[in-house]
Ligand binder design. Structure first.
Ligand code: ADP
Ligand code: MG
Length: 326
């Protein structure tokens, strides 16, 4: 099972950013409203995630670390579960097979917290009492310490940090109500406070996409026959330097899609804004209208009625841009 875990780890755990992605998604699945991320040396030395979610019962700590143990998929036709973050039950087992992992957790029902430790092949975990508020802390130390080939594949601390930071931006834009912090080498470098109204969201947008974009962005809020498009796009009157603020989410997942790109570009170019316009857009669509490629590294979707979705996006943006132009 150890080898199987390490092989699976190759799929799930490519670098510190992918460890953080899996762990934070678990925190969100557990209903956390606050997630504190701490890393040392770009995450290669330490990755520590603390959340205030539901916690893991003492009796399930061992199980959480074993392969294919998931508490999240009860029936196969549970489409929401498939669309929800992680459903494979492999992340914790994989991460613990390539790091020294400590899991500390407390549920609201327990008066005490418990801690489990797993190190590489030593999967025999010992559970001991610990101090911890309701929620979970997972600490992964010395990532890839026992898989030197993969450890060598890691880039500089700065590059690994950038991957983590970019991923955090993406999730922070689409989870405004969650408070995220990020500490690197003992210093807090990001603090995304919860955004529960539009002003607070614009503040988060300014932190992530720049003050210029946030100050002049046009709000999109459009609903039509089961499709909802919301978010912010760059004003046609605003000429910014080329920006990498181009985020499109489908049901909460960041995607890259030709059809979507085409619709957005066309709306902007019709207004002479050019193709490098910035946007942060969220599309909500019935889960059965879209196939999400579930490979963790891919960001692809396939819409069943692709022409319809394309035209819907195009028209929503065109009418927003037209109102501003008047
Ligand atoms: P999956 O998320 O696909 O179910 P994981 O290996 O990521 O598989 O996690 C295994 C299980 O451990 C989860 O199903 C969940 O029950 C539990 N778990 C992991 N992280 C947390 C957390 N932060 N809070 C509560 N439960 C968690
Ligand atoms: Mg998971």
């Amino acid at each position: 099972p150890q080898l199987a875990n390490q092989i699976a780890a190759g799929e799930v755990v490519e670098r510190p950013a992918s460890v953080i992605k899996e762990l934070v998604e678990n925190s969100l699945d557990a209903g956390a409203t606050r997630v504190d991320i701490e890393i040392d040396k770009g995450g290669s030395k330490l990755i520590k995630i603390q959340d205030n979610g539901s916690g893991i019962p003492k009796s399930e700590l061992n199980l959480a670390l074993s392969r294919h143990a998931t508490s999240k998929l009860s029936t196969l036709d549970d489409l929401d579960a498939i669309l929800s973050f992680g459903f494979r039950g492999e992340a914790l087992a994989s991460i613990s097979s390539v790091s020294r992992l400590t899991l500390t957790s407390r549920t609201a029902e327990q008066t005490e917290a418990w801690q489990a430790y797993a190190e590489g092949s030593d999967m025999a975990v010992k559970v001991i009492p610990a101090a911890h508020p309701v929620g979970t802390t997972i600490e992964a130390v010395d990532l890839f310490f026992n898989t030197p080939a993969r450890r060598r594949f890691l880039k500089s601390d700065k590059t690994e940090f950038t991957h983590i930071d970019e991923w955090l931006k993406r999730i922070a834009l689409v989870k405004p109500e969650i408070h995220f912090t990020l500490k690197h080498n003992g210093k807090q470098v990001r603090n995304y406070r919860p955004a529960n109204n539009q002003d607070q969201y614009l503040m988060r947008l300014a932190q992530i996409c720049g003050k210029n974009f946030a100050e002049q962005a046009i709000e999109i809020d459009c609903q039509h026959e089961g499709l909802t498009l919301s978010g912010y796009i760059q004003s046609p009157f605003f000429t910014s330097p080329a920006s990498d603020t181009q985020f499109f989410y489908v049901n909460g997942r960041l995607i890259r899609d030709r059809l979507v790109n085409h619709a957005v570009r066309q709306a902007f170019s019709d207004h002479g804004t050019g193709e490098l316009a910035s946007y942060v857009l969220m599309l909500e669509i019935a889960p059965h209208q879209v196939d999400v490629n579930v490979h963790p590294a891919k960001h692809e979707v396939r819409f069943h009625q692709s022409r319809y979705v394309h035209d819907y996006i195009l028209q929503a943006l065109q009418s927003a841009l037209m109102q501003v132009a008047r």
